[in-house]
Design a binder for this molecule. Structure first.
Ligand SMILES: Cc1ncc(COP(=O)(O)O)c(C=O)c1O
Length: 388
């Protein structure tokens, strides 16, 4: 157990070990720019909503194609603030995938609305539109909750099927809120994440494809009214510098120092994404036929926040990889309805999500992995699967 815990720790890469993530190599590569940007914030002293936050919001709007971007305190806060801005309330049903991080459903339940779990597509692992239709029909038939929002997650960085999900939302008079915490840089139908749904929430958690050095997130939308409400909610409900709380708000702002870090990382973001995709292709080529490898539909591209394989003997394979010096992670060991915190919402059968939770393993993925390290991981996986 101790060795598994060690392998899940961040930044464990050294000569003997290939780390699951490794932020130190990127820091070394970007060090002088990072220091200059952070130093500039220390000197001007506007630590809250300083000029770097403004610049970051504009640059992310340019990059994603989303007309309005509001930087906030974390990915989970981005989801919660978006739901508050949309007027979601107790009695509303928000359809979320069962196979995702706890924050997706946590944001919904925290504002008193009800998460309704939808099973995963067995090929992409994203929300299955066919099961979404079934879940909506069930909620309507029961009549207790009002279907309000569909919240797909771009799992591991792969955009969900927004065309199909958007059409379902339109048909039932619902809105789509994209949980794009893992997928900044992902592409669907030639558009970037941020411009795929009426409103999108993302995370800048350090290990995300675009990560800062603490907590951070953003809300991206093409609706000016929503953007205005989001700006108020992130700052205690106040409009601009006014004293009056116009709506119920919270302390949801992104720190200026985090925006400064993100500006440096945005400069190299496309190069890093390209490297992530090249690593994923190398893994796929080496591991197809040995384990289940990610299937990327032709109409989209993943940001590869996480690279995940699938094998029935997951726990044994993971132990062998740990012994071989390969860092791995389990995203996720439990589907949401299996978490004690969400037992009140565990009313649907979700077999694909449960099977994925038993079979997935994340392999090392970050833009500073060398080809030699990727090959070492591939060889170790082949060896582990043969022995497991
Ligand atoms: C799918 C998903 N949603 C929401 C979040 C929450 O983001 P944060 O950790 O920035 O609050 C995460 C973060 O890991 C995530 O993976």
């Amino acid at each position: 157990m101790t060795t598994l815990l060690r392998s899940a720790k961040l930044d464990v890469a050294n000569d003997d070990r290939v780390g699951l993530f490794d932020l130190q190599r990127q820091r070394a590569r970007l060090e002088s720019d990072l220091k200059a940007r952070i130093e500039a914030v220390l000197m001007h002293g506007q630590f809250i909503l300083g000029p770097e936050v403004d610049t970051l919001e504009k640059r992310l709007a340019d990059y994603t194609g989303a007309p309005h971007v509001v930087a906030v305190s974390s990915g989970r806060d981005a989801l919660m603030i978006a739901l508050m801005a949309m007027g979601v309330k107790p009695g509303d049903a928000v359809f979320v995938p069962a196979f995702t991080f706890a924050a997706t459903a946590g944001a919904v339940a925290s504002i008193g609305a009800s998460p309704v779990f939808v099973d995963a597509d067995p090929v992409t692992y994203d929300m299955d539109p066919a099961d979404l239709e079934r879940a909506i029909a069930e909620v309507k038939a029961e009549g207790r909750l009002k279907p309000a929002v569909i919240m797909p997650v771009d799992l591991y960085g792969l955009p969900a099927d927004y065309a199909t999900i958007g059409a379902i939302a339109d048909r039932h008079g619902m809105t789509v809120l994209a949980d794009a915490a893992q997928s900044m840089g992902g592409v669907y139908h030639n558009k970037r994440v941020g411009a795929l749904a009426p409103i999108t929430a993302t995370s800048f958690y350090p290990t995300k494809p675009l990560g800062c050095y603490g907590d951070g997130g953003a809300i991206l939308t093409d609706r000016e009214d929503l953007a205005d409400r989001v700006r108020m909610i992130r700052s205690h409900g106040r409009q601009g510098t006014g004293d009056a709380a116009m709506v119920l708000g919270l302390t949801g702002r992104l720190d200026t120092i985090q925006a400064a870090v993100l500006l440096v990382k945005l400069d190299v973001f496309d190069v890093e994404l390209e490297r992530r995709r090249a690593i994923a292709s190398r893994y796929n080529a080496g591991l197809a036929g040995v384990v289940g490898v990610p299937a990327i539909p032709a109409d989209r591209d993943s940001a590869f926040a996480i690279y995940t394989i699938r094998t029935a003997r997951r726990d044994r394979v993971r132990t062998l990889l740990d012994e071989a010096g390969i860092g791995t992670g389990l995203f996720y060991r439990l589907a949401l309805h299996q978490h004690p915190a969400f037992c009140d919402y565990a009313i649907r059968s979700l077999p694909v999500s449960e099977q994925l939770a038993n079979e997935v393993i994340a392999l090392p993925m970050h833009p500073d992995l060398s080809d030699e390290e990727v090959d070492r991981v591939i060889a170790a996986v082949k060896h582990a699967v043969a022995k497991a």
